[in-house]
Design a protein around this ligand. Structure first.
Ligand code: FES
Ligand SMILES: [Fe+2]
Length: 333
């Protein structure tokens, strides 16, 4: 492999963290606020991400509280994803704790069997499995005109990509998660272990090469270790009020996508909203070695999740801080 074809470069003369260029003057609160406002106006058709397709296992349901409603999803007798309320219609058993036998969810209190069709007062909900993520449609919670299918972002060919899904929960609303993602200027300051040399090259309204005219484009280097970095161009868009997509448009991993979905869980006993972040990393590469990477997928997945996990611990702290200040009238933006 010639040095030119290596995916990483050695960063010469690294700038110490405190001496990098401040980004706060560029990161106008109004730019983030306006991008968030436009995202919130986009339709969702009342679809919410509940988790990873991979977590739809044969023996128990995937359970989640979404916008205050208990929901269970599992694979029905024909293998399709089915789901509905997580409260047994008989005497209220938590169906999240009930086992699945041959595609039938069997209530563990008195044996009511659900195969995904209406039964004994239990009504299924529309469920969509896009191959990476599982969605459920909650029309009462969403309050929008329903769409038959969720708005799934354009993704790389699954045959040529490596997928990992990370899930984390924070005390905030979905908009706080989206606002964090729409502020790319914090990257090299707040996550110096992951990003260096971050330059925002295009923001909404600047007429650049963003893929939908409402994108934030960033040149940044991912830090592998120490001075080994991978320079890329990344474009951020918010196709809906609860989704931010980062697409690598130049450099190693071109075509790779990170989809961040924020699903409201509901409020805790103290009235604080809780939100789950479900982030799908769909990594692709034209490199020959990538086929080998795909074969190693079961090994790489925990590693990819761990990286996302570190970033999200910090980004959830950012989102939670935003919520804390907003809810007490102290947010400066
Ligand atoms: S509570 Fe589920 S069958 Fe009785
Ligand atoms: Fe971040």
């Amino acid at each position: 492999m010639s040095p030119r074809s290596l995916p990483f470069t050695v960063r010469r003369d690294p700038v110490p963290w405190a001496r990098q260029r401040p980004t706060w003057r560029d990161a106008h609160p109004s730019v983030v606020a306006q991008a968030l406002k436009r995202a919130q106006a986009r339709p969702t058709g009342n679809w919410y991400v509940v988790g990873a397709s991979r977590d739809l296992r044969g023996d128990r349901p995937l359970a989640r509280t979404v916008a205050g409603e208990d929901v269970v999803v599992w694979r029905g007798p024909d293998g399709r994803a089915v789901g509905g309320p997580g409260i047994c219609p008989h005497l209220g058993a938590p169906l999240r704790d009930s086992p699945v036998h041959c595609g039938t969810l069997v209530c563990h209190w008195h044996g009511l069997a659900l195969d995904g069709a209406p039964r004994a007062g239990w009504q299924p909900l529309p469920v969509h499995d896009d191959g990476v993520l599982v969605w459920v449609r909650l029309d009462a919670a969403g309050g929008e005109p329903p769409l038959e299918k969720p708005v799934v972002p354009r993704r790389p060919d699954p045959e040529r990509s490596l997928t990992a899904v990370f899930t984390g929960t924070g005390r905030c609303e979905p908009q706080d998660v989206v606002a964090n993602r729409l502020d790319p200027w914090h990257g090299a300051w707040y996550h110096p272990y992951a990003f260096v040399d971050l330059t925002v090259v295009d923001v909404p309204g600047a007429g650049g090469d963003g893929d939908d005219g409402d994108a934030v484009t960033v040149d940044v280097s991912f830090r592998l270790t120490g001075r080994l970095v991978v320079p890329v161009r990344a474009v951020f868009t918010a196709p809906g009020p609860r989704t931010v997509v980062m697409r690598i448009t130049r450099g190693e991993g071109e075509g790779s996508v990170v989809e961040t979905h924020a699903t409201p869980l509901g409020e805790d006993e103290r009235g604080t909203p809780r939100t789950v972040v479900v982030e799908a990393v769909l990594a692709t590469s034209g490199r020959r070695g990538f086929a080998a990477a795909r074969r190693a997928a079961p090994l790489l997945r925990p590693l990819m999740r761990a990286t996302a996990g570190r970033l999200w611990r910090d980004d959830l702290a950012y989102a939670e801080r935003r919520w804390e200040l907003r809810s007490t009238g102290r947010f400066p933006g």
